[in-house]
Design a protein around this ligand. Structure first.
Ligand SMILES: [Zn+2]
Length: 393
């Protein structure tokens, strides 16, 4: 049996994501070829290499596949009316999540799987080769189990978000629900999950409740993530830092103390600008976060209420246009940054040994991701060395 190799040849500009391999912070190599064997990158070479299977990039740009480290892909229902009303002037509040909970509880496993699989395919067509998927629209044992099982089919980065909002049957008894999350939902889901998450925000869970959920997750062997400082300043970012969470997500409203705490702990600040866009909120101050030494990531937060997009390219365009990130910073945040937010070293870059996850752009450089907003620029996608989106004809 021969070694099955995939060669991507004729790459005009290769973004390796590894500064030791090429120029600048993104490690850019010109006129390159990429050799992938057994699902892993084995070499970055000069153009003109042979292989069993070959993609001719014909001068196009190749980047590492996007790592979307924050999604809520598993849900049922539609909240387009809520979106239209919000755009007509009604402010966004955390409670709209309950509409999705009702629809998700009523949906069969098959319906949930079909919806989530469709969104996963949509993300892949946009260049996302790995994503994290949260539960959090079941909010009771049986529906959370169903959501977790669907998520597990899509990724090995499953996050338990039982502490998304307080469900109706616990109305007015948030502490009782937190106990239910800690004693029942987290231990039940932990064997098929890698992470626990909590929505630490006014209208959702306070600092003490959030800490209890994170401690229960840690006791069950899970890593920690926090929805923090989205709608206003609050304790989420500092709690995430103090508990050694992998990531604090949103971070739209940070102060200097928050930024210093994230920088010191190494907790990634994951910006979700498509949510700020879709809820007409201010954008995070990425420049101050980067200036303070915080590691940053970009993710879609794909969900039916506040950010119904799977497009990492949109997030890059918003980060550059609205958050004043450089194009290189934004592309790094959407690849390496996402991998760091998930504490993974095997994805987000194209160093030999990394997973063979890459995107051939129908563009001469990665700058086009921000320069040509809204335009589909994915020419081909390779995941684990397999061509999952064939080159456009
Ligand atoms: Zn979220």
């Amino acid at each position: 049996v021969g070694v099955s190799a995939l060669v991507v040849d004729g790459i005009g500009m290769l973004v390796t994501g590894d500064p030791t391999l090429g120029d600048g912070p993104l490690g850019v190599v010109r006129d390159a070829a990429m050799v992938i064997e057994h699902g892993r990158v084995v070499a970055v070479a000069r153009s003109g290499v042979a292989g069993d299977e070959r993609i001719d990039a014909d001068g196009r740009c190749v980047i590492p596949g996007f790592v979307d480290s924050h999604t809520h892909l598993v849900f049922a229902g539609d909240r387009s009316e809520e979106f239209a009303a919000r755009m007509a002037g009604r402010p966004y509040e955390a409670g709209g999540i309950l509409d999705t909970v009702v629809a998700t509880r009523a949906a069969s496993f098959g319906a949930l799987r079909a919806g989530a699989t469709g969104r996963r395919a949509e993300a892949r067509a946009g260049g996302t080769t790995h994503l994290e998927v949260k539960t959090g629209y079941g909010l009771a044992l049986e529906p959370e189990r169903r959501c977790c099982a669907v998520a597990r089919e899509l990724t090995d980065d499953v996050t338990l978000l039982g502490a998304h909002v307080v469900p109706p049957e616990f109305a007015g008894r948030a502490d009782d629900y937190v106990r239910h999350v800690c004693d029942v939902l987290v231990p039940d889901g932990a064997p098929s999950a890698r992470w626990v998450d909590v929505f630490c925000e006014r209208g959702a869970f306070d600092a003490d409740q959030s800490r209890a959920v994170l401690e229960a997750g840690r006791a069950a062997g899970l890593g920690l993530r926090v929805h923090a400082n989205q709608l206003g300043s609050g304790p989420g970012a500092q709690l995430a830092a103090a508990m050694g969470a992998a990531s604090a997500d949103h971070c739209t409203h940070l102060d200097d103390v928050d930024r210093d705490a994230l920088a010191a702990s190494g907790t990634v600040a994951t910006f979700l600008p498509a949510a700020d866009f879709s809820t007409r909120q201010p954008y995070p101050d990425a420049r101050r976060a980067i200036g303070a030494g915080v590691t940053v990531a970009l993710a879609t937060n794909c969900n039916p209420g506040s950010s119904y997009t799977t497009s990492m390219a949109l997030c890059i365009a918003l980060a550059v246009r609205e958050m004043h990130m450089t194009v290189d910073e934004a592309v790094a945040a959407a690849t390496l940054g996402g991998a760091r937010a998930l504490r993974r070293t095997d994805i987000g870059h194209l160093t030999p040994g990394a997973r063979g996850d890459l995107v051939v752009l129908d563009a001469p450089s990665h700058v086009h991701l921000a320069y040509r907003p809204g335009v589909p620029l994915v020419h081909a996608v390779v995941e684990g060395g397999a061509v999952v989106i064939a080159p456009r004809g």
